[in-house]
Design a protein around this ligand. Structure first.
Ligand SMILES: NC(=O)c1ccc[n+]([C@@H]2O[C@H](COP(=O)([O-])OP(=O)(O)OC[C@H]3O[C@@H](n4cnc5c(N)ncnc54)[C@H](O)[C@@H]3O)[C@@H](O)[C@H]2O)c1
Length: 445
């Protein structure tokens, strides 16, 4: 079986290399020629553990190739994956479907034989039918009558473990309207199912909603813990004790119940927004999700305001060291990262910022632009020289066991604001630092 994948971002690239690794012949397409050039030279365009090896292995074996040529990619395979971005639209918080529609138009423009078209992009309910009607219109415009099937196949991979998740998905959701298409997709995923993955079959609309519901549910878990953390602050409780107490309840479980500086990334913020928008479109006020989003904003702001209240609302030559700009460890993705939000606020308040991230610094530099009061340093310790405080936004492993005595010597003031609760309070009490975290008592003040 041959497959073509449209879009070589976090999802499209992982999908392409993983299917190639399973023995399929894959042609991956992107509209960005720079990405395609790099990928054909086995240079990863994103940071993702394991990506470089699997990319090289499959390029060497000629199981995967990259192109910008839509005709070539559509002709190459009977199975086509759409994995382009669906960012938040500037207008109303809905998902911007222009990339999906453009991919569908290109497919319709070049299709010359029957195809099965799977949508991996996260798309609002009704979008697979929009893809279908777009392709039909494009075919009609060129007088072509070619049969095709659409299948919703939302992706659940996590950045930072994308390759593992793609090779070993815990579930494969497919939404279809036609048994013949389902049969093709079952065969396509057979190697994954033989490896233990579970395929869950349903109608197209339910598959579309399942993806948003999954992300909205996880975001809700994070926001409710953040809300509890605020209450803990007020009543003198410790959110970490509460978390451990909650996680022992098998109905709640241990995952996604860590309080912090708020969720970010390219999925939760945009998917919660898009689902709220879908609710509005269908005259359903999704009250919990509105609160989830609001809580997330409050959490980010509260952290920044707490830092500024402690250090002073005007920087006036003071310096803040920042550890972590990626929205979570294991990725170079900085989209909607709470760290970037905070850095911009610190800079606006007149602070100098010295930031470190093991893999996401380059992306952050591009987003924040070059300016005299912001430096990115090559080692985490370099950020600390003369700093009035250290703020931690990403729980990278290298931050977990620092030499606090060394940190103290480098910094002007021994103050840490930890947005991820990575240090033990007892350790911090002994460290001599004034330590502020989320939903736990301040120590050393
Ligand atoms: N990133 C994740 O963790 C994740 C997880 C699950 C689902 N998703 C969903 O998957 C989709 C892709 O996400 P991503 O993070 O990979 O996005 P991304 O922004 O990293 O990549 C999108 C890619 O599509 C390319 N592109 C744009 N228009 C195109 C077109 N017409 N034809 C071909 N390529 C085109 C872009 O150049 C880019 O390389 C989104 O809908 C997202 O919500 C993402």
């Amino acid at each position: 079986m041959k497959i073509s994948v449209f879009g070589t971002g976090y999802v499209g690239l992982a999908t392409g290399v993983c299917f190639a690794d399973m023995g399929y012949t894959v042609m991956s397409l992107d509209v960005d020629p720079e990405k395609v050039d790099k990928l054909n030279q086995a240079i990863p365009t994103i940071f993702e553990p394991g990506l470089e090896d699997i990319l090289k292995r499959n390029l060497d074996a000629k199981r995967i190739s990259f192109t910008t040529d839509y005709k070539k990619a559509v002709d190459a395979s009977d199975i086509l994956f759409i994995a382009v971005g669906t960012p938040t639209s500037d207008v109303d918080g809905s998902a911007n479907l222009s990339y999906v529609v453009s991919a569908a138009e290109s497919i319709g423009q070049f299709m010359s034989s029957k195809k099965t078209i799977l949508t991996k992009s996260t798309v609002p309910v009704g979008t697979n039918y929009l893809i279908q009607s777009t392709i039909k219109k494009t075919l009609a415009a060129r007088g072509a009558k070619i049969d095709f099937d659409i299948v919703s196949n939302p992706e659940f991979l996590r950045e930072g473990t994308a390759i593992h998740d793609c090779l070993h998905p815990d579930r494969i959701v497919i939404g279809f309207e036609n048994e013949a298409a389902a049969k093709i997709v079952r065969r396509l995923y057979d190697p994954f199912i033989k490896n233990g993955a579970k395929m869950i079959e349903m109608d197209i609309s339910s598959a579309e909603v399942t993806k948003y519901a999954a992300n909205a549910f996880l975001a809700t878990k994070i926001s409710i813990m953040n809300e509890f953390s605020r209450l803990c602050d007020k009543v003198g409780a410790n959110i970490e004790n509460v978390r451990v107490g909650l996680s022992a309840d098998h109905r709640i479980g241990p995952h996604f119940i860590y309080a912090g500086v708020g969720y970010g990334g390219s999925c939760f913020p945009k998917d919660v927004k898009a689902l709220i928008h879908t609710g509005k479109k269908y005259d359903e006020d999704l009250k919990i999700l509105n609160a989830v989003e609001e809580t997330n904003f409050i959490q980010r702001d509260r952290f920044v305001n707490h830092v500024l209240a402690k250090l002073g609302s005007k920087g006036m030559g003071k310096k803040i060291a920042v550890w972590g700009v990626a929205f979570k460890p294991g990725t170079d993705d900085i989209r909607e990262s709470p760290s970037l939000y905070a850095i911009e606020k610190f800079l606006s308040a007149g602070y100098a910022v010295s930031a470190y991230d093991p893999v996401a610094a380059e992306n952050a530099k591009i987003q924040l632009g070059s300016r005299a009061d912001l430096t990115f340093v090559p080692h985490q310790d370099d950020a600390l020289g003369g700093a009035d405080a250290l703020c931690i936004f990403t729980e990278w492993k290298s931050f977990l066991q620092p030499d606090f005595a060394k940190l103290k010597k480098s910094m002007k003031q021994s103050v840490i604001f930890d947005g991820r609760n990575i240090y033990d309070l007892e350790v911090m009490r002994e460290s001599g630092f004034e330590y502020h975290s989320i939903g736990r008592p301040v120590v050393g003040a």
